[in-house]
Design a protein around this ligand. Structure first.
Ligand code: AHG
Ligand code: MN
Ligand code: MN
Length: 340
């Protein structure tokens, strides 16, 4: 492995490719394009607070154009990084109801990309971390043909690459190809992602729990009892767990990866006949779960690993519990006892 200071994400990927023949040059190109889109989105996110000032000063909206929301801008940047790159056969985005085709037959590639262009975007005006989540599968339909939904509707277990980019105090890309997890920090003056967090491992147990407690009365009995337990003084953990919840899953899960603990977005029973999860399987829960599991943690929907949940539609939602091994097992004990 090359020295940390000089290992760019592209170089790291090529080194991985040498070790793992299943990674191809196409995937390296794909990662390169992803890194490029991440740099462009970083630029937009970093100047988000200025967009009104710039818009007013330049009268750019005189034609009636509205300033696009950053969700839309990020979506377009990722689309444009991939529509003619020759590596994808189709895409799916949180911002588009239907599958996104590759426009030109000369550019059909071997892979699919499902993405959340900007996760946590309701936080952006408050200068709170947001991010991009990505999930890559190998297509199941023949090469050289247009991609179909079947290429995208695969389990998390079948992801070839999964990860996220968090636009925080620095921009960081964290990804896995199924051989551990590595994190890269964008060096702004070089414009390069450099390996800063090799072989990331989540602590076996953590003392943070992360959940929107405003929904407490809509949770299942098992989730309520678990949360009651972890905040009980003098429980077997000694002190109560601390609550951390930003409302940007990407930031909440990234912190969980680094410090340990558990992140939860359970079903809520606001409509008791129709309980719903919030987070989407393909481009939120599955890629974040693969990262956490590859770092030594666990993910579950309460019944099985998130990575084994079979999608039926591009925007399927799932309950999500993800984090340190001990914390997830403890939660499962409560779900078994009170919910099943
Ligand atoms: P997005 O910004 O992509 O729509 O996702 C927002 C998600 C996720 O980031 C976060 O964990 C969750 O919404 C927060 O939901 P609540 O406000 O219901 O807690
Ligand atoms: Mn999201
Ligand atoms: Mn989003």
């Amino acid at each position: 492995m090359s020295s940390l200071r000089t290992c760019t994400i592209e170089r790291h990927f090529i080194e991985q490719q040498e070790k793992h023949p299943e990674a191809t040059g196409e995937l390296t190109r794909l990662m390169h394009q992803l890194a490029f889109a991440a740099k462009q989105i970083t630029k937009e996110v970093r100047s988000a607070g200025l967009s009104d000032i710039l818009g007013a000063a330049g009268h750019t909206n005189i034609q009636g154009e509205v300033v696009q929301k950053l969700d839309e801008i990020s979506n377009d940047m990722i689309y444009r990084a991939f529509d003619h790159a020759g590596v994808l056969c189709c895409m799916a985005s949180e911002e588009r109801e239907k599958m996104i085709p590759i426009p030109n037959e000369f550019h059909y590639g071997k892979y699919t990309l499902a993405f959340d262009p900007l996760d946590g975007s309701s936080n952006i005006d408050a200068n709170i971390n947001v991010g991009t989540i990505f999930s890559i599968h190998r297509r199941v339909t023949p090469e050289g043909t247009p991609g179909t939904e079947a290429d995208l509707l695969q389990t998390g277990r079948e992801q070839v690459v999964a990860g996220y980019i968090v636009y925080g105090s620095s921009t960081m890309m964290v990804y896995t190809t199924g051989h551990g997890v590595n994190g890269f920090t964008l060096e702004p003056s070089l414009g390069e992602f450099l390996l800063s967090h090799p072989d990331m491992r989540i602590p076996k147990r953590g003392t943070y729990f992360s959940i929107n407690t405003g929904n407490y009365h809509y949770w299942s009995e098992g989730v309520k009892r678990y949360v009651d337990h972890v905040i009980t003084p003098n429980n077997e953990h000694g002190t109560p767990y601390s609550l951390r919840y930003i409302g940007s899953m990407i930031a909440d899960v990234h912190r969980t990866l680094l410090y340990g603990g558990i992140f939860m977005y359970p079903l809520d029973f606001k409509d008791p006949k129709n309980p719903k999860g919030k987070l989407r399987l393909l481009y939120e829960a599955a890629p974040m779960s693969m990262v956490i599991e590859q770092a030594g943690g666990l993910s579950t929907n309460g019944k099985q690993s998130i990575l084994d949940v079979v999608p039926t539609g591009l925007h399927d939602r799932v309950p999500l519990f993800v984090g340190s091994e001990d914390n997830v097992y403890e939660l499962l004990g409560f779900l078994d006892k009170f919910d099943h």
